[in-house]
Design a protein around this ligand. Structure first.
Ligand code: UD1
Ligand code: CA
Length: 458
């Protein structure tokens, strides 16, 4: 269900598209269903339907369908919209698009309780006051069978003292659910079609209703406000950090890590404080990440080290940092930076769509864009590739063992032949021969005994 407005978010964006751990809230729910090998996921949209529909995607092997609910007449009415697309031989799991941290293991257990024949509910009971939620009403006898869910607004004072509440998650065979949905009415305090009324209808039809109870509120916590979103973000990050540490990753501080995508780590990885990982990032054995690094869509190979404030933006092309490479502090690697073994990239160096072979170094204040850099090249401070002529991009090739002096401009397309040297301050517009020293700058002149102008008097 993802049709609600989310007024308390005070945002133009539909609530279920707000991000947690880099993914839309409802995307977490879809991905969770996919992990249960759901045949299809049906999303009920309403408020901002078009935006929601284009903002969500199906993990492979899962069919994603949308049905619209307009106007929104309650949670029962929402599920009724999905009835035509639910196959009769299936089991339906009802999930909330704004409850992102539900655990697949819990849902497995709920499906087991359902057993393909019963209506099964996930309830929560921590013993604390359950104000605002639908209460689970049970038979007073020893069996304590579930009789109904009573919404807060319709509950008696006695019912309001019940601490067991409905999480919003239920499972039922499609055929049974469809027949129960057909019996819903809106004669209640809110004038809505409550999904929760299916419980009393099942009981009236002599159907046993199962309940699985959890104490883990984080799993069933919904997002209604920016405060709740931030709280769940921290809970999610805590969970990610704990999983990484259990795999052997050394985190300087699990409270100061943000994974907004997928972070895969091999053994002996170390991550210092305040690092942000986006998209898919792979850290191979022994990789070390210094403090305050932002890394998106990249592979950091074995033993490589990123020093403080390194920024890696792999986007679609990705970035690879080769084994044993030393990057940063304050380095910027952009899409298509492919760095080989033991490459050094130092402070204020930007690399974009360039390949650097093993042992190449660019240690200070430099730009390498659309370049192919050979082994052991030393690229001087302040040098740049002028790769853009205002209309098109061109490549610069710097062959193995070249030494580019400081403050050079290599105007692409151009090739610096193997083993050559480019003198400091040169603007190179023509390719150079292997082994040559190329210098392209104004000749130095010295006027001996030259008199500096003096200020006129009066
Ligand atoms: C619902 C349950 C309540 C439970 C609580 C748990 C009902 C009647 N009550 O209450 O027992 O304790 O969740 O959080 O189900 N939605 C639609 N279309 C609608 C109405 C809602 O898609 O017409 C969606 C909302 O976007 C949301 C979800 O359904 O994702 C739940 O709706 P919400 O209004 O939050 O339900 P509650 O009244 O809080
Ligand atoms: Ca709610």
């Amino acid at each position: 269900m993802a049709a609600g407005k989310g007024t308390r978010m005070k945002s133009q964006r539909p609530k279920v598209l707000h991000r947690l751990g880099g993914r839309a809230l409802a995307q977490h729910v879809i991905d969770c269903a996919a992990r249960l090998s759901a045949r299809s996921v049906v999303v009920v949209t309403g408020h901002g339907a078009e935006q929601v529909e284009s903002g969500l995607s199906a993990p492979c092997a899962t069919e994603l369908r949308f049905v619209r609910q307009s106007p929104q007449l309650g949670t029962g009415h929402a599920v009724q919209q999905a009835v035509p697309v639910l196959p009769d031989d299936g089991v339906v799991l009802v999930l909330n698009g704004d409850v992102p941290l539900i655990d697949p293991g819990t849902l497995e257990a709920l499906l087991q309780a359902c057993g393909g024949e019963h209506l099964a509910l996930l309830s929560v009971d921590t013993g604390a006051d359950a104000t605002g939620y639908g209460r689970i009403v049970r038979a007073p006898d020893g069996e304590r069978a579930v009789l109904a869910i009573v919404e807060e607004k319709d509950a008696s004072d006695e019912q309001r003292r019940i601490t067991e509440w409905y999480s919003g998650v239920m499972a039922a065979p499609a055929r049974l659910l469809k027949s129960l949905l057909g019996r819903l009415t809106n004669d209640n305090r809110q004038g809505e079609y409550y999904l929760t009324d299916v419980v009393r209808h099942a009981v009236a039809a002599g159907q046993a209703v199962k309940a699985l109870t959890t104490r883990d509120e984080i799993q069933v916590a919904g997002v209604n406000s920016p405060r709740q979103l931030a709280e769940l973000e921290r809970a999610y990050q805590r969970r990610v950090a704990e999983t990484l540490m259990d795999q052997g990753v050394r985190l300087a501080d699990p409270a100061r890590l943000d994974v907004r995508g997928e972070l895969v780590c091999e053994e002996d990885v170390e991550i210092d404080v305040n690092c942000v990982f986006e998209g898919r990032v792979v850290l191979r054995a022994g990789a070390r990440i210094g403090p305050n690094c932002v890394i998106a869509n990249a592979e950091i190979q074995a033993g490589a080290e990123l020093q403080a404030f390194t920024h890696i933006q792999g986007e679609k092309l990705g970035v690879t940092v080769g084994p044993g490479a030393q990057i940063g502090p304050f380095a910027r690697l952009r899409p298509g930076a492919q760095l080989g073994a033991d490459v050094h990239i130092g402070n204020f160096v930007e690399v974009k769509n360039s390949t650097l072979a093993a042992g190449a170094k660019a240690n200070h204040l430099a730009y390498l864009g659309d370049a192919t850099v050979g082994e052991r090249v030393n690229y001087g401070a302040g040098s740049i590739t002028a790769n853009y002529d205002g209309a098109n991009k061109h490549r610069t090739v710097i062959e193995a063992d070249v030494h580019v002096g400081s403050n050079c401009v290599l105007v692409a397309p151009v090739t610096i032949g193997a083993g050559g040297t480019v003198g400091a301050g040169s603007t190179i517009t023509k390719s150079t021969a292997p082994g040559a020293l190329s210098v392209a700058r104004g000749k130095q002149v010295a006027l001996e005994g030259w008199q500096r102008p003096t200020k006129k008097k009066g």
